[in-house]
Design a protein around this ligand. Structure first.
Ligand SMILES: [Zn+2]
Length: 338
């Protein structure tokens, strides 16, 4: 890698979104006098009678959770999207809006209130991946569901009020902006080169081997060259697959393994239950062909230099573009060493 990238301010290009991030490696030694957050210490109870996700408890909407033993899925009682919304078009001069319908679900990863992904056994994480596949398949078969977002918000710092291990699935009519960008970039690359953008990117990353955190037979976990968040990471399947349904049993196990490895490294980094938003980006489900899509999972963690110092996207970042100090290479080296 060019030495200037370790020392001088520069912009890096995100090949998937076609956007830029400003990197300022010379600033990593400046003193910190900003806000610190309270460290998220884990509670060690397996059942909380007040938790709306624990087995057999009654949720705010009145429904009662199953006495589940592994995973449990239900429709969000207060979902941001609703199934019976009319699909209307509003246009008045320069004002434009569209009705948006969808389904919001909650996926409990385990009945144990205090477990998190890094604490879970690979066998149990495989069950979570199986549920993601099952939900993706069922939702994709519903007419009017054109995109499915699987994601997790972990930690109070990320706005997640409940420590019970769970994620969400939002399935909707419109194809969101991030997915439109990534559909465009991958299609454009494939038409020009005849190969998958992310497959070629992986080949370069594996050869260079300075941003790879971990890998196994089917997946590579790395800090992308264009990372915005300090310890941002991606888990990318080595084989081009448009969505998670294409994963075989061996790949499911390897994916679960990388999920555990990355999140364990995260927890070890600042000796805390590491907060993040993670999500799986995959091809739309609107019935068109998306064979240039290569699905991947991204982790956007907010912590900057300890369990209590968070990165804020403010000022220049709100008004111009994202900016980071610590380089992707330095973040990857720290995570790899753990
Ligand atoms: Zn709970």
């Amino acid at each position: 890698m060019h030495p200037n990238l370790n020392t001088h301010p520069h912009r890096r290009y995100n090949i998937l979104t076609e956007e830029w991030v400003l990197v300022s490696p010379h600033r990593t030694k400046r003193p910190w006098q900003g806000k610190t957050e309270t460290s998220d210490k884990k509670k060690q109870i397996t059942y909380d009678p007040e938790c709306y996700l624990c087995p057999t408890n009654t949720r705010a909407g009145g429904a009662v959770n199953d006495d589940y033993k592994n995973t449990f899925v239900f429709k969000n009682d207060f979902g941001a999207l609703l199934e019976d919304t009319p699909l209307f078009d509003f246009k008045d001069g320069l004002l434009k809006a569209e009705g948006e319908k969808g389904i919001c679900k909650v996926v409990c990863f385990s009945p144990n209130h205090s477990l998190t992904i890094p604490d879970m056994e690979i066998e149990d994480l495989k069950k979570v991946v199986t549920v993601w596949k099952k939900e993706f398949k069922e939702l994709s078969e519903i007419s009017g569901i054109n995109y499915i977002q699987i994601f997790e918000n972990k930690g109070a710092i990320m706005g997640c009020s409940n420590p019970h291990p769970h994620g969400q699935i939002w399935a909707q009519y419109a194809i969101p902006t991030e997915i439109q960008k990534k559909t465009h970039s991958q299609k454009k690359y494939f038409e020009k080169h005849g190969t998958s953008l992310l497959q070629d990117y992986l080949s370069q990353e594996l050869a260079e081997d300075i941003r790879v955190i971990s890998k196994n037979d089917s997946f590579v976990t790395l800090v992308p060259f264009w990372a915005i968040w300090p310890y941002e990471a991606m888990i990318i399947p080595k084989r081009k697959m448009a969505n998670i349904l294409e994963m075989n049993e061996k790949e499911k196990e390897d994916f679960a393994g990388q999920l555990k490895t990355l999140t364990q490294k995260y927890d070890a980094l600042f000796d805390t239950s590491f907060p993040y938003s993670s999500g799986i980006h995959q091809a739309p489900t609107d019935g068109r062909s998306y064979d240039t899509w290569h699905w991947h999972m991204s982790f956007y963690p907010p912590l900057l230099r300890s369990a209590t110092v968070k990165k804020f996207m403010v000022g220049y970042e709100m008004f111009a573009m994202p900016q980071r100090d610590i380089t992707a290479e330095s973040a990857a080296a720290q995570l790899k060493a753990l």
